[in-house]
Design a protein around this ligand. Structure first.
Ligand SMILES: *[C@@H]1O[C@H](CO)[C@@H](O)[C@H](O)[C@H]1NC(C)=O
Length: 409
């Protein structure tokens, strides 16, 4: 009995040391080793799965739906006037596209002999940007260029007319931007996804945020906020000019009253209904309003892009512009006034009698004008004017920045 008692008194201590021999983080070592092994196996399995093939990446949807559905193509319209940044813009177009193979660029360069050619990529300071340069070289055949002596330049509207007239070859979409624009990564996918989410006959447009070419920084709010048109103002010529505000990104596109000359993405099919007008030489303000009205007459609607896809270099005081005084044609003001008259007449802002040089100014109105007699066009415009509270004669527009924009998708 005594021995038994002794054994009993020993055994628990014994068992204790046997049952819990070593601890790692308070866990018995055997269990710990097993857990470690399990974790390694799990990590290895996770690592070897090709997640891309399981989760359809939004951006590659187009490719993955098979050979039946080819990539939609984009025509980038670049009118450049002695613009040193033209080649950087070109480089950005291809470097930042998700599918550069679907991108085509039409350039009209209005340069002097001393200005660097937009396509002379050897001039690019590419020390920090080998990839961009390689892509630019690879897709050089996608760039269609025309050179015009800067003294022959007839203003931005005429240059954009040349770009589309000479270079557009029926691509699915037209992307009109300024020749000093920087692009966000995958801008092409983002834009196409965006526009295909909207009803047919939609355009994406806004005044882009700023890009600083010296620091190479986008305006720092670009991931969180996006500019939208929601108001306008009448200038001294009685032309309604766009204005807007910056809104938090809500992933939606909001319907607005304007198209911006420096950033509009729209269906290529619109070019047939609303061809670029060659009779608006030296027109500046008025271009956006007229283009918008012509598009609205054909039932197009304008939306803010849901995300920022491109950025504008705004401060160009030190660079030449086609309206610089010393570079103006002798008849610059005459030509410009006549173009403005044409635009105003088309928009029913002035009567026929007030149009100067009407033989020229009112040429080919059936092709480039608005047909106010056409019930369809007239109804579309009425809808447009009512929606935004616009009355061009009474110089009115609703403040939709505070009232709210009419629709969103
Ligand atoms: C009318 O405009 C055209 C084109 O700019 C020009 O050739 C013509 O001389 C102008 N005529 C008058 C009277 O201004």
């Amino acid at each position: 009995m005594i021995t038994d008692d002794d054994d009993n008194s020993k055994s628990p201590r014994h068992a204790l040391t046997f049952r819990y021999p070593l601890f790692v983080f308070g866990i018995p070592i055997r269990r710990f080793v097993l857990m470690l092994l399990g974790a390694f196996i799990l990590l290895f399995v996770l690592y070897s799965i090709n997640w891309k093939s399981l989760v359809p990446a939004k951006t590659s949807l187009n490719l993955q739906s098979g050979p039946k559905k080819p990539l939609k193509t984009i025509f980038v319209s670049l009118a450049s006037y002695r613009d040193l940044f033209c080649m950087r813009t070109l480089q950005g177009v291809f470097q930042n596209a998700a599918h550069p193979e679907r991108v085509f660029v039409g350039v009209v360069q209005q340069n002097s002999d001393r200005d660097p050619d937009c396509l002379t990529i050897e001039n690019l300071d590419d020390s920090d940007n080998k990839k961009g340069l390689e892509k630019l070289i690879k897709y050089r055949s996608h760039i269609r260029s025309l050179k015009v002596d800067y003294k022959e330049a007839k203003g931005p509207v005429f240059a954009r007319y040349l770009v589309v007239e000479k270079h557009y070859k029926g691509e699915d979409f037209i992307f009109q931007v300024d020749s000093h624009t920087m692009f966000a990564e995958n801008w092409d996918d983002t834009l196409i996804e965006n526009i295909e989410r909207l009803p047919p006959k939609s355009c994406l447009s806004h005044y882009p945020l700023e890009f600083n070419w010296k620091t190479r920084e986008k305006q720092n709010i670009w991931r969180s906020s996006v500019p939208r048109f929601c108001n306008g103002f009448y200038n001294n010529d009685g032309i309604l000019q766009p204005s807007g505000s910056i809104f938090p990104i809500d992933r939606k596109s909001h319907e607005g009253p304007f198209l911006a000359a420096g950033m509009t993405f729209y269906p290529g099919a619109a070019h047939k209904e609303v061809p670029m007008d060659p009779y608006l030489k030296h027109l500046f303000h008025g271009e956006e309003l007229l283009f918008g009205l012509r598009m609205a007459a054909h039932g197009y609607k304008f939306y803010s892009p849901s995300y920022n896809v491109c950025f504008h270099f705004y401060m160009r005081k030190e660079f030449p512009k086609s309206w610089d005084t010393d570079l103006r044609d002798e008849d610059y003001f005459t030509v410009q006034r006549q173009a403005l008259h044409r635009a105003k007449y088309m928009m029913k802002m002035i009567p026929f009698e007030e149009v100067e040089n009407s033989t020229y100014s009112l040429s080919e109105l059936d092709k480039y004008g608005i047909n106010w007699e056409d019930p369809e066009q007239s109804k579309n415009l009425q809808t447009y004017f009512t929606k935004f509270g616009i009355n061009l004669k009474e110089k009115k527009i609703d403040d939709l920045c505070s009232k709210g924009l009419p629709s969103s998708y």
